[in-house]
Design a protein around this ligand. Structure first.
Ligand code: IMP
Ligand code: MG
Length: 189
């Protein structure tokens, strides 16, 4: 049973409660700043934004609409199996369609948590010989980093707590929340 509303400070999904952490307005303001930086860096370069589905779809939509430059967009879907296997690998479920050769590629991610996904995926992109490759993420959890990922553009650094909303989900739920919500743990923090 899921319940939420646009005005709620707390949303409940199943047995879990989430408290508002970043408002839609804060998110939009920060995205505008980052978009302007990217716009300056890539003016005249016709960058190709590679959106990592599913989580980054809303972020990507807002980010690129704030950039007044020529650009391309393509989508990839990847899934990571970290599980028990120490040889855990990334599966590319939907690969890019556009040719990345010689392109200025910017990967758009929703969140860098352990860094596993991008640690595995960046070489997949590099193998396609882009002219340059940078990473832009909405969120990063620096204290959760287990793999070294060089993030070039980041909107927010957040603590190591599970978040939902604005594209991010918990078991598929919560992606459509306009704000970002943080899990309230059993001690109510
Ligand atoms: P990483 O591979 O550990 O860096 O994790 C990246 C992926 O894990 C993200 O693309 C998300 O799909 C998922 N993820 C990590 N933390 C969260 C979170 O707090 N909320 C929702 N999804 C998350
Ligand atoms: Mg993701």
């Amino acid at each position: 049973m899921m319940y939420f509303s646009e005005k709620k400070d707390v949303v409940t999904i199943g047995a879990l409660d989430f408290a508002i952490y970043l408002s839609a307005r804060e998110i939009q303001n920060r995205i505008r700043e980052v978009a302007l930086t990217i716009e300056k860096d890539y003016d005249g370069k016709n960058p190709l934004f590679l959106v990592v589905l599913n989580g980054a779809f809303i972020f990507a939509g807002d980010l690129i609409r704030n950039m007044d430059i020529a650009c391309d967009v393509d989508f990839v879907k990847v899934s990571s199996y970290k599980g028990l296997a120490s040889t855990g690998r990334l599966e590319v479920k939907i690969p890019n369609e556009k040719d990345l050769t010689g392109r200025h590629v910017v990967i758009l991610e929703d969140i860098v948590d352990s860094g596993f996904t991008l640690d595995q995926y960046v070489p997949v992109v590099q193998a396609q010989k882009p002219a340059s490759l940078k990473i832009c993420t909405l969120l990063e959890k620096p204290d959760a980093a287990k793999y070294k990922v060089n993030v070039d553009y980041k909107c927010f650094s957040i603590p190591t707590k599970f978040v939902i909303g604005y594209g991010l989900d918990f078991d598929g739920a919560g992606r459509n929340l306009p704000h970002i919500y943080q899990l309230i743990d059993e001690w109510g923090r």
